[in-house]
Design a protein around this ligand. Structure first.
Ligand code: 1GP
Length: 250
């Protein structure tokens, strides 16, 4: 395990974590820096850097640099494709989109990008990425057979397969901007069979949604839209309050 993997494993021993997703197409330069600084102050544990449109290597590099120089949090690439790679980041979620119909997103792009990931010295964190309905934009561009919201058994099968394939983490994704997060029953069912950390993201906007997901067993929550739309306002603070509260054991 690399440096970022060890940092996350160490923090996970104390309770749930939060990742702040920064889209380099929407937030660059000073705005990215401000989000990074504020997220760290409020107790977020890492920055995920990525988006699904308008991504370029140049934008990724500039945003990673701004985030690294303005705050202490590790910057982890949340890749859209090979264009997302930059040596300015610390690590990359080396993720297979498990339920895509497009083999490029399951394994082929990985084979093309792996030598570059190695050359750049990026720490790969292998991850099974599973898109749950409604899936939003990633469901469309990822050509995904989304997991229906009433089929936790389907999610369990994929998550277990990812774990058996040796992936370090599993990510249940409802899609950025989803009207509601992944159902808590599905999170609970997946958590019950998993030994590796479970990430949950998409549509988390309130403290009570964060609380319900943590109670169901989510170990890392990801939010993006809330800071893109409202900055470091009440909603974001309420989510971080719930994450911190769980760490304290309360
Ligand atoms: C998207 O899960 C993340 O990949 C975050 O979703 O933008 O809805 O917070 P939101």
């Amino acid at each position: 395990m690399g440096r970022v993997g060890e940092y996350l494993a160490d923090r996970l021993r104390r309770g749930p974590l939060h990742f702040t997703l920064v889209d380099p197409d929407k937030s660059s330069g000073e705005r990215a820096s401000a989000i990074g600084r504020g997220a760290a102050e409020l107790g977020s544990d890492a920055i995920l850097l990525g988006g699904s449109t308008g991504i370029s290597t140049q934008k990724m590099g500039a945003a990673a640099k701004a985030l690294k120089s303005s705050g202490p949090l590790p910057v982890i690439i949340f890749p859209e494709g090979p264009v997302s790679l930059t040596g300015e980041a610390d690590a990359i979620l080396f993720m297979s989109l498990l339920n895509s119909r497009n083999l490029d997103l399951v394994i082929r792009l990985h084979a093309k990008s792996a030598p570059e990931v190695r050359r750049l010295g990026l720490e790969p964190i292998s991850l099974g990425y599973l898109v749950v309905a409604p899936g939003m934009r990633v469901g469309e561009v990822g050509q995904v057979d989304v997991v229906p919201r009433d089929r936790p058994d389907t999610a369990v099968g994929y998550a277990l397969a990812a774990q058996m394939l040796g992936m370090q983490m599993v990510y249940l994704e409802a899609g950025s901007g989803a009207p509601s997060p992944v159902p808590v029953g599905m999170v609970r069912a997946v958590r019950d069979v998993l030994n590796v950390p479970l990430i949950v993201g998409g549509g988390i906007r309130t403290g009570s949604e964060a609380r319900a997901l943590i109670d169901a067993g989510a170990q890392i929550l990801v939010t993006g839209t809330i800071t893109e739309e409202e900055g470091l306002g009440e909603g974001f603070r309420a989510i971080l309050t719930e994450v911190r509260r769980s760490r304290a054991g309360g």
